[in-house]
Structure formats: C-alpha cells, structure tokens
Write a protein that binds this ligand. Structure first.
Ligand code: TXA
Ligand code: MG
Length: 354
C-alpha cells in the first residue's frame, strides 16, 4: 500500500531555531507526531521520516510512505540518553553507559528491546536500535512531542539518503504530512550502528562515529562482514538494511580505486569519452565541467562524506551520460570506511582497482 496525502506542509526553520516563528513551527510538527502523522526532519546525519514509535498505525505509515520492506527495522530517536533505558534494556550494561556518555552523536546502539516498543518498529526482532541526535531541530521535535520517534532516512527505499531539503521534497511530497526544512545535514551519511547484542560489540553500519573511536572507548569492536562485502546467498543479514539495493542513482556507477597518478591517468582517458560523468577529488582531474563533481581534496574525507549522497542524486541530472566513474579514498580508515560501505552498494560492488 502506498499512501498519497493531498497536502504536505513544508516548514522552513533556521538550523539553530533562532527565527521568530521557528519554535511554533516545531510545536506544530510535534502535534502532527502526537496525532499519528508523518514528519520529515533534519538530523546531523541525514533527514529522517519520523512517527510516534509507540503507535503501530503511525509506524506502518512510515513503511508505506517509503515503500520499505517490512523486515527492515527502524531506529528509535530520543532527546536524552537517560531515556534509552525506558525502551531498551541498558541498566548495568557498562559498554552501553560508555556509549551513552558520547551522546548526542551520530551513533546508534542496538540493545535488547523492552515490551513497550512494538514489534513493527523492530521488524519482529527482540532488539531495538536507539539514537540521540545532535541536531537542534531534531531534538526540539522529540522534546515537544514528548514521544520516542521512530525514523528511517527520509528517502524512497533504494534512493540515496537525503542530506538537503530538496532531496526530501523530491521523494516525500504527498507522502509525509510535514517536511521541516532545516538546511543541509552536517555529517552527510547515516549514523554509525553498533550492536551490543553480541559477546563482542559489533559494528553493523559505519558512519561519522568511526570504528577507531569506538575501539578507543570499548576495546575490541568487530566489523560485520556485510560492511565491505556482498552478502552471500542464504547468509543472514545482521543488519537487515544491508541486504537491499541501496543508494543507487539511475546512472550506472563504477568505482575507481588507486593512487593519485594512476587515477589521474585513468580519468583523463575516460573524460574524453563524453558519455560519462566523474565523481572525484580535486587533485584527480584538471578539467572542470558539468560532468565532473568534485568532492573536495584527497586529505579531507569528511567533505566527501558530506557531498556523497547529493552527488549520487546530481549524476542523474547530468544530461546525456550513462555511466559515472566515482573515485574512492585510498584507504578505509576513519570515515572512509563509511564512504566505501555506501559507494560499494550504490555501484552494486562494481569496482576497478588500478
Ligand atoms: O542517521 C541515521 O541513522 C538516520 C537518521 C534519520 O537518524 N536513520 C537511518 O535509518 O539511517 P535507516 O532506517 O535508513 O537505517 C537503519 C539501519 C538499517 O540498516 C536497519 O536494518 C538497521 O539500522 N537496524 C535497525 N534496527 C536494527 C536492529 N534491531 N538490529 C539490527 N539492525 C537494525
Ligand atoms: Mg536508509
């Protein structure tokens, strides 16, 4: 079932809520949440499509609006880490406390669920993903609603996650009751997901809160195979979201990996073919044109992360191309692990190693 609503209200606010009517607008959106409606809102990672996590009907409408598979669980957002224990079992869990001490952060922690969270939120699992966003608008919305808000990324399933208001409007107009336009997202890729439901903590989805930082805090943290590898046939997904086609533009994406000189050589040849676009670092090509999307310089992977999903939407707006060659950072350190994780899926694991 796909629900098309007659009208979607778009509410523009200042990211710091300093505008005269900003609080009123968030209060309006919070009322919509309380009544069981759908509100798209900015977070520091990507925009979310939120509904009351305790209302099964509202939760069902999230799945309908996104066209999301029913077995893919949602993250529950609260405004204070002190609230997590109301919805997930965290008391006496030292590792959980260490993670909570870092929140708000672009970090989601998976813990055993409490009964108050409906099984529709967790897609039948007995664990629940909990997150405390940093973004001022997101926090105010949660506070004023007085409710835990379940929210996946506010894109149609399969599309790149939304990091700018126009991405959300393109996907969710007529599907959400309200879209809060609070400007661009600062991190640009979805939160790091770590599960504490294994003997050793396990990174299920890399993000802005890096694996290195998690290890500093918790000691050993395993990385799920699905982070950098395709699931094998019949293999169970530790994070159900990892098994679906994701982030893909209509244009074919081919990844390119190698050192600066080799990449420069390769792109120079490809660029002359005219039917292709290029996503690369500043140093990788000297030409500039509408077919080249520059992601900042090679030393600044954070900038690549911020621009990545926007670039994956932009390539479909470049006229007359059928393929885009996208350069990857040279290593998977730090936030680059998350860049690899998303780009590998956008490219259906199609990669050229130079
Ligand atoms: O940054 C974010 O996390 C954004 C913003 C809106 O907060 N949300 C987001 O949600 O990215 P979504 O639904 O697009 O991704 C949630 C991921 C999915 O891969 C899902 O399978 C996984 O988290 N997940 C949720 N609950 C889980 C659970 N109980 N066990 C394992 N994986 C879970
Ligand atoms: Mg998503």
């Amino acid at each position: 079932m796909i629900m098309i609503l007659d009208e979607t209200k778009i509410l523009k606010v200042n990211p710091d809520l300093s505008g005269e009517e900003d609080i009123e607008k968030i209060a309006y959106a919070a009322e919509i949440i309380k009544k069981g409606g759908l509100v798209a809102f900015p977070t520091e990672t990507v925009y979310g499509l939120g509904a009351n996590a305790l209302d099964e009907k509202a939760v069902a409408s999230i799945f309908a609006a996104k066209g999301r598979e029913q077995d893919n669980p949602l993250i529950v957002h609260v405004s204070d880490s002190g609230d997590i224990n109301k919805f997930a079992v965290a008391d006496g869990n030292e590792k959980a406390s260490l993670l909570f001490s870092q929140m708000p952060a672009p970090l989601t922690v998976i813990l055993p669920k409490r009964d108050i969270i409906p099984l529709s939120v967790t897609a039948g699992l007995d664990s629940v993903a909990m997150r405390v966003p940093q973004n001022t608008v997101a926090r105010k919305l949660i506070e004023l609603s007085g409710l835990p808000i379940s929210a996946p990324s506010a894109n149609l399933s399969g599309k790149p996650s939304p990091t700018k208001a126009w991405h959300v409007i393109a996907d969710m107009i007529g599907r959400a009751d309200v879209i809060i336009d609070g400007g661009d997202c600062e991190v640009g890729l979805e939160s790091t997901v770590i599960s504490l439901c294994y003997e050793t903590p396990r990174l299920l989805r890399p993000g802005g809160f890096t694996h290195e930082k998690l290890c500093e805090l918790l000691g050993k943290v395993d990385i799920s195979d699905a982070v950098l590898e395709k699931l094998k046939e019949g293999q169970k997904a530790e994070s159900p979201g990892m098994k679906y086609k994701h982030y893909a533009p209509d244009t074919k994406v081919i990844l390119v990996k190698g050192n600066g000189d080799k990449v420069k050589d390769f792109l120079g040849k490809k660029y002359s073919e005219e039917n292709c676009g290029i996503i690369c670092f500043d140093e990788d090509i000297s030409e500039r044109s509408g077919r080249i999307l520059v992601m900042g310089n090679r030393k600044n992977e954070e900038e690549y992360a911020v621009k990545m999903f926007d670039a994956l939407r932009e390539v479909d707006r470049i006229p007359d191309i059928d393929t885009v060659y996208a350069v990857l950072p040279e290593t998977t350190d730090g936030i680059s692990l998350a860049i690899y994780n998303r780009m590998l899926r956008a490219a259906a694991f199609n990669i050229i190693e130079l």
